[in-house]
Design a protein around this ligand. Structure first.
Ligand SMILES: [Zn+2]
Length: 234
């Protein structure tokens, strides 16, 4: 048996047997991993606090027939996320997206995840801002550079725009088809502002209207088309 150490975040888990848990990690070094934590649901279990979602730390994995976690150095458990229901759901949506799209090592996605969780936990940022920004990052990383001012089909400058769900890009009224959803101007400016503002500065961003909620609705539909999965609705 050999052991290896990974820097990772707990992005999911299911209870197994009486006191074990099978947790899903998203690690910097190896991407997504599903690993067993033995006896971890017992009251006195040493690794008890490391099994919770959002836990960020260095996990020691004993590799054998079944991989098991034998030690964890917690870097941050983002405890405050769980104290606020809105923050909790927003962070759950983010780890769920990672769980659905991640496979192998993906350092940019890992860094984005840590930044998003940190911001939700410690900064006073309006609901949906971090999640919208995170989804915009995911699409960009998938190769959909969709916040353009020119129609992706005919190249004309758009004053009214639609997201073509089939291709994951913006089009003008003349190029729209049945698989297009209207992107209200408020949602478009919200997405641009969120995409161009660092997480560290997100707390100072405020815009009127419901741009971030309309944006979330559009981003959810886009995620469904791009990945085949739903983002948690809250
Ligand atoms: Zn067009």
């Amino acid at each position: 048996m050999s052991s290896t150490k990974v820097k990772a975040v707990v992005i999911g888990g299911v209870n197994v047997k009486e006191k074990d848990k099978l947790i899903t990690l998203f690690s910097l070094e190896k991407g997504k991993l599903t690993i067993s934590m033995r006896g971890v649901r017992g009251d006195k279990a040493k690794l008890k606090s490391a099994k919770e979602p959002f836990t960020f730390g260095e996990f020691i994995i004993e590799e054998g027939k079944t991989n098991i976690i034998t030690g964890v150095d917690i870097i941050d458990n983002f405890y405050d996320i769980s104290k606020d229901i809105d923050r909790y759901y927003e962070a759950c949506a983010i780890i769920d997206v990672v769980n659905k799209i991640a496979s192998g090592s993906n350092p940019p996605l890992f860094i984005e995840l840590i930044k998003a969780l940190k911001t939700i936990c410690y900064e006073n940022v309006k609901k949906y801002y971090c999640l919208d920004k995170f989804l915009l990052f995911v699409f960009k990383a998938m190769g959909y550079e969709f916040l353009t001012s020119k129609c992706s089909s005919c190249g004309s400058i758009m004053s009214t725009m639609y997201l073509n769900l089939e291709i994951g890009e913006l089009v003008c009224p003349a190029c729209k088809n049945a698989l297009c959803v209207k992107v209200p101007n408020s949602a478009y400016s919200a997405m641009r502002l969120l995409a161009n503002t660092d997480y560290e500065k997100l707390a100072s961003v405020k815009f009127g209207g419901m741009g971030e909620i309309q944006a979330y609705d559009i981003l959810r539909q886009n995620f469904r088309f791009r990945s085949g999965y739903e983002v948690i609705k809250f």
